[in-house]
Every structure is written in structure tokens, then in C-alpha cells.
Design a protein around this ligand. Structure first.
Ligand code: ZN
Length: 166
């Protein structure tokens, strides 16, 4: 299985986001998903990820264009999923300071380790309803919870739209 020694450069190229069929159970919950993240650094290295748990995050600082695109795509997938997979996302951009998000209170209220800036990562996105109306929305990834959070209209969105309709 292991041809020769694998340099770290080769290793990073093995980080991939794949579409699979049939859908698999998410590594973190019971949802089925067609998206799988593959990374030799993961145990196991094949992890199906639903929209909520599926941030495609390259663990390397010098991420490639494809890896960066995969990350933005996974944020886009999450925003759409939160809107019952309707409409579209017209913008996704990394946000340096999550505290700029309207309504953001910090997910865990951690104070002691403020210098640990890598705990949460954020993006500014713009979502377009099927009606054409556009709203700003913000996405936060929590490294502690290993999931994404959505903020809109100055507050955290607690539930998927489709699940609110029950
Ligand atoms: Zn999941």
C-alpha cells in the first residue's frame, strides 16, 4: 500500500473532499451525506461529513487553491442546507474577526485562552432567497464543537429552516 517513503508534500496532496454514492452516515451524527473528507492525518482517514459537521479545512497553512475552494464550498453547502437547500449563496469570504459578527457572543465564552485564536474561524456570506432577496449571513466554525454555526439578523440561527416547519 505504501510506495516508498511519503514526503510531507505528498501527504498533503492526499487531503481530499470527495462525492460518494450511496450516501454515508456522517462521522459525527446520524445524517446521511454524499461528501467524504479524506486525510491521512485523520483516524480513520475516510470521514463522511454532513453539512453541519463538514468544514473542508486544510490543516496546512500553505493551502492550495483547490483546498481553499473546497473550504469555501463547504461553507456554502452549510448555508444552503440551513436554508432548506433552497436559494443560493452568492458570496463567501473569510472573516478575520468573528467578533465583528452581529449578535456574536463567542460560542463558549472562553476567556482564559484568548491568545488561542485558532479555536474559531468565521466567514461572511451572502445568501439569496429563491425570491431574489439577499441577506448577509455569517458562519462560524468551532474547533471545540467540530461544527458550523450560522448568524443572521444579529442572532444565531438555532435550527434549519426545514426542521422548523414540523
Ligand atoms: Zn454530521
Amino acid at each position: 500500500m505504501n510506495e516508498n517513503s511519503v514526503s510531507s508534500t505528498d501527504k498533503r496532496e492526499e487531503y481530499k473532499v470527495l462525492s460518494v454514492w450511496p450516501p454515508q452516515k456522517c462521522y459525527h451524527c446520524d445524517r446521511l451525506t454524499g461528501v467524504v473528507h479524506i486525510d491521512p492525518a485523520f483516524v480513520p482517514n475516510f470521514q463522511p461529513k454532513c453539512a453541519l459537521h463538514g468544514l473542508a479545512r486544510c490543516p496546512f497553512l500553505d493551502e492550495t487553491v483547490e483546498e481553499r475552494e473546497a473550504e469555501l464550498e463547504s461553507v456554502r453547502r452549510y448555508v444552503l442546507w440551513m436554508h432548506a437547500d433552497t436559494g443560493r449563496v452568492v458570496l463567501v469570504a473569510p472573516l478575520e474577526h468573528p467578533e465583528e459578527i452581529p449578535g456574536y457572543e463567542g460560542l463558549l465564552g472562553y476567556e482564559e485562552d484568548e491568545e488561542d485564536e485558532c479555536d474559531e474561524t468565521a466567514w461572511h456570506t451572502r445568501y439569496e432567497h429563491p425570491s431574489g432577496e439577499r441577506i448577509d449571513s455569517w458562519v462560524v466554525w468551532s474547533n471545540d464543537d467540530l461544527q458550523l454555526y450560522l448568524y443572521e439578523n444579529g442572532a444565531m440561527v438555532e435550527q434549519r429552516q426545514i426542521e422548523q416547519v414540523v
